[in-house]
Structures are given as structure tokens and as C-alpha cells.
Design a protein around this ligand. Sequence first.
Ligand code: APR
Length: 265
Amino acid sequence: MSSESDKHALPPLITAAARALRDSRRLVVLTGAGISKESGIPTFRDAMDGLWARYDPHQLATPEAFERNPKLVWDWYEYRREMVRQAGPNPGHRAIVDLETYLPHVVVVTQNTDGIHQLCGSSDVITLHGSMLSNRCSRNCQGDPTLIDVDDLVWDRDSGPPRCPHCGAWVRPAVVWFGESLPPAALERAFDLSNQADVMLVVGTSGVVQPAANLPFLARRQGAVIIEVNPSRTPITAIADWHLAGPSGQILPQVIAALAEISHA
Ligand code: APR
């Protein structure tokens, strides 16, 4: 498709990626924390300012951590929720919505829990890791998931999370932590769509967290064109037909502009 040297040159590469998108009938957009970085939300693994460079995931993002210290984990999520509430979509999120103007079938599969794709207007979003803006009973006492609207609850916020009104267990963020299973229906749909995709656009993920990291490899094996947008190289770069190296808030609007140009030509 492209030689190793021209795989990295802009903008012919933008046009080539736009052509592949224009011809797509079953596009899957796989996103990670990088798409929200230009909204002011830190990624997890960027060496300098990633969350996991400053905080220990074992203390904050496992069921054991929550059992050990529910207040610490709850407060950390409250801090991040506040950050997300103040953030809005950036041009990268908007460009992904714009893809729906040009293509018949666009599904976003995201590892992000910030809800920004949905807020921005993407019409079909699969959330592999849940939503940090929702909460559930930590025992899922009324079924999986037992969502709890904490706005309806009164509790002493200095003491940590509220208690489930049904069973008294702690309420926790409705996200998937390390060591937990992904929601089966979301995962199954993501795998099915990746199997059938003709193009996969992979944006802002380090490609190291399973099972999401496997989706581009699955799509590739089925013959899909892989377009990666990321300022850095990742394990996915090796199988990408096009690696558009740069921030998604800058690259994706250029891809949309190229798509508009060739679609009207
Ligand atoms: N535009 C696009 N990509 C960017 C940008 C940007 N402006 N800035 C950084 N990136 C890239 C980084 O180069 C990196 O490859 O975004 C990626 C972010 O990687 P991670 O922080 O590992 O985020 P992600 O891949 O989504 O992590 C997966 O890990 O801890 C868990 O549950 C958490 O869902 C998360 C999962």
C-alpha cells in the first residue's frame, strides 16, 4: 500500500487515508485517551504527563484498591470527573462525528470513559471500559449493572462513596478496572464489527491494553485497511497502512477536509 518512507509524509498521506475512508462501507474508529488529550484530559501512559506516570494504577484502578480504600478511589474519580465536566469536545472528536456525513456506516469503539464522543454527537459508540460519569452498586445487587444515580442520594462526602440504597454496599464508578471483565455485549459487538470492517481508524491509543489492543490486528487479518493517528509509534504502527503522525485534533480535521474535497470532486 505504501512504502516505509512515504508512510510518514504529510499531506499526500492524508489524501491517501481520506481515499481509503471514502471507499469504506464498514468503518470502525477505535479510540483511546489520546483523542481527548487536546480537550485537556491527560492520557494514561504519556511519559511526562500521563496519569500512570503520576499515580499508581494498583492503588486506584483495581477492585482490590477500591476494597482497601474506597474513599481514595472515589475521590480520585471525583477529581477526574470534575476535569471531564469542564472539558468539551476538541476538533478530533468533531472530525469523527463529521465522518458520518460522508460514510454510510461509522461505529466508534472507545476505551475512554469520559463520554465525549457521545456528547459531541457520534451516533454509535461502544464503550469498552464503561463510563466514569455513571456509578453502580459494587455488588451489582439488582443485576449487572445496577446503576445508581448518586444525585438522588444524601451522604457525608468526606467519608467516601455513598452506599447502595438497595443493599448497603459501596457505590463505585461504572468503569472497568484492571483485572475485571469487559461488558460482554460491548466486547462481542466490537469483535464482530472489527471482523467485518473494511477500514479501521485507530486514534490515540497506545495499543497495549487487551482486549482492545487486539482489535486492529483482528481487522487487519480480515483484510481491513488500518489508518493510525498518533504522534508516537505504537505496536499498531507496524500493521498500519497509514500512520498519520501528529495530534488527532490537528490531523483528523485535515483528513475530513481531504475527504470533503475528494467526495465532491
Ligand atoms: N492525539 C492523538 N494521540 C495522542 C495525542 C494526541 N494529541 N497525545 C497523545 N496521544 C497518544 C499517545 O502517544 C499514546 O499512544 O495517545 C496514546 C494514549 O495511550 P494511553 O495513555 O495508554 O491510553 P489508552 O491507549 O487509551 O489506554 C488504554 O488503559 O489504563 C487503561 O483503562 C485505561 O482505557 C485506558 C486503557
